[in-house]
Ligand binder design. Structure first.
Ligand code: NAP
Length: 523
């Protein structure tokens, strides 16, 4: 497929001219063709205006129509086939199999949201009937449900070029709720973004929607993103990336004359607790599983297990030796961008001066090559040196040894918010450490038992969130169908006649959805 290298606005290629940039092949550092043109201020302005105009129509489309549209997006994405896989592989150095599975996951996500909005009960309709006889005041008729917010700005993530990028979870959930989307493409994979963006634009046209429902904007700096977040017509933001980036956008959105919500997923060290019974029974198996999880995708997952808490005993010693061996034998891998590579190398080098290196692989001498590494320290050092609790994005992990149970509880109490916590435990461990499990529910969005946190299932019950600083709002998730509520708000109709109400709230329940009527759930 011939790439155009411009933003995509009003269903058409944007302007040439102005600043340009190219994607880089992470394996050899070579620049890739074509050049991509950063969006001009006037293009951001036009995209926002068109999105606001499209909202008037798209926001009122029925759940059935929005579901049809989401299915079209998935079909168009599936039809990109090899073009998408080839370009994404070139721009990210991720293997073709990983890209194919990301495409599958992204399409499943779109189909799941299509089902959700076609079924319709997600709007949480509630009806409280009037009671004119009530004394001393008559009770009014009150009805409420979720409605869309308006245009949403989405920042594509570098580490999931498909599933958390142009057509990824933030876009799918915002569109499902009835909002137009303006995507700021991640500059590490502009070609991949253009192919996915063109697929969405084709779906918009096939569904007969206004082209302003979706725009794609390029930039290799922060200006376009800032303009989007500050734009008065933009009503919410979805972001996945660094803490610095997410926090900057939160502050920018809060400083607007009309502040708007920013749903930023900013990473995590995803603590793992290997409890004594499990360590005794399965230390070799856990070491292999953990090694696979830490090095998966070159460790560039926000769910990578970055810190492992274990007791200071012989079993843990043998476990650490095994994990060190596995890390030392791990082949070099290419990181996504020069920035991620530089941050990883400097993080590994400074951590090597702070704590013991248990095992380290070797790195190739080209492109963004990085070596896997596992470090070790003790509970006192971890508790007193905040640098050790910072995410090291890449194939690295830190083991933390504790000498007694109280020290373990104190480590857990000292944790900030994270996306996940993992426990390796026997049933006996779970009984003995029930207080640890309870404590961890206050720290994370997802608890994993006897598994690994990488691999986030896209399903109705998933929570991919967690208290700050893992995310900007610990009440939300960026994966799974609960994600739709980030881009919707409650509205209440009081005293309206049936014909003037949305179908979801009409007396006869014409859509047949689940509703709460006078406190009782039913259809
Ligand atoms: P990033 O630097 O946070 O950038 C993500 C996106 O946000 C890019 O489009 C970036 O634009 C934009 N951005 C960043 N700061 C901004 C600001 N102040 N104003 C407006 N836009 C801004 O993330 P990255 O490039 O993917 O990787 C850098 C680091 O982020 C990694 O080393 C890793 O620590 C972390 N990371 C975390 C996750 C996660 O899952 N939470 C995922 C990927 C990366 P430009 O690039 O054009 O400047």
């Amino acid at each position: 497929m011939e790439l155009n290298g411009t933003s995509l606005i009003n269903g058409k290629a944007g302007k040439r001219g102005g600043r340009t940039f190219r994607a880089v092949n992470p394996i050899n550092g070579e620049k890739l063709e074509p050049a991509f043109h950063a969006a001009a201020d006037s293009e951001v302005e036009e995209a926002a205006r068109l999105a606001a105009e499209a909202f008037v129509i798209y926001g009122r489309r029925s759940g059935k129509k929005r579901g049809e549209f989401l299915r079209l997006v998935a079909q168009e994405l599936e039809s990109c086939g090899e073009d998408l896989v080839k370009r994404a592989t070139l721009e990210t150095a991720l293997p073709a199999g990983r890209i194919q599975s990301e495409i599958g996951r992204t399409c499943n996500q779109l189909y799941l949201f299509a089902q959700l909005v076609e079924e319709g009960s997600w709007v949480e309709a509630r009806i409280d009937h009037a009671n004119p006889e009530r004394k001393p005041q008559p009770k009014p008729d009150v009805r409420s449900m979720y409605v869309p917010l308006g245009p949403v700005a989405v920042f594509g993530a570098s580490n999931f070029p498909i599933a958390f990028s142009v057509a990824g979870g933030d876009t799918a959930s915002a569109l499902a709720a009835g909002n137009p989307v303006l995507v700021k493409a991640h500059p590490a994979h502009p070609g991949t973004s253009e192919i996915a963006g063109a697929a969405i634009a084709r779906a918009v046209a096939k569904a007969g929607l206004p082209a302003g429902v979706f725009s794609l904007l390029f930039d290799d700096g922060v200006e376009v993103g800032k303009q989007l977040v500050k734009h008065p017509l933009v009503k919410a933001v979805g972001f996945t990336g660094s803490h610095a980036g997410g926090r900057a956008l939160m502050d920018l959105a809060a400083a607007r004359p009309e502040p708007i919500p920013v749903y930023a997923e900013m990473g995590s060290i995803n603590p793992v607790f290997i409890l004594p019974g499990a360590m005794k029974e399965r230390r070799e198996q856990i070491a292999s599983g953990l090694h696979a999880s830490v090095t998966l995708g070159a460790g560039q997952f926000c769910t990578k297990p970055g810190v492992v808490m274990l007791a200071d005993d012989d079993n843990a010693q043998a476990f650490a030796a095994k994990l060190g061996e596995l890390m030392a034998g791990t082949p070099s891998s290419a990181l996504l961008t020069a920035g991620i590579h530089a941050a990883y190398c400097s993080g590994v080098s400074s951590r090597s001066g702070q704590v013991k290196v248990l095992g380290q692989g070797s790195a190739a001498q080209s492109g963004h090559a990085a070596a896997a590494v596992v470090f070790e320290t003790d509970a006192t050092a971890f508790a007193t040196d905040p640098r050790l609790g910072v995410e090291l994005f890449g194939p690295a992990a830190l083991l933390v040894r504790y000498s007694k149970r109280e020290e373990l509880m104190s480590l857990a109490r000292g944790l900030h918010g994270h996306l996940t916590a993992t426990l390796h435990a026997t049933e006996q461990d779970l009984r003995e450490y029930a207080d640890l499990v309870r404590l961890l529910t206050t720290k994370v969005g997802r608890l994993v038992l006897n598994g690994y946190p990488t691999g986030v299932e896209v399903c109705h019950a998933m929570v991919h969130g967690g208290p700050y600083p893992a995310t900007s709002d610990g009440r939300s998730t960026s994966v799974g169908t609960h994600a739709i509520f980030r881009f919707a708000r409650l509205v209440c109709w009081q005293g309206f006649p049936d014909a003037a109400l949305p179908e979801e709230l009409q007396e006869a329940n014409p859509l047949g959805i689940w509703r709460m009527v006078d406190g009782q759930m039913g259809k």
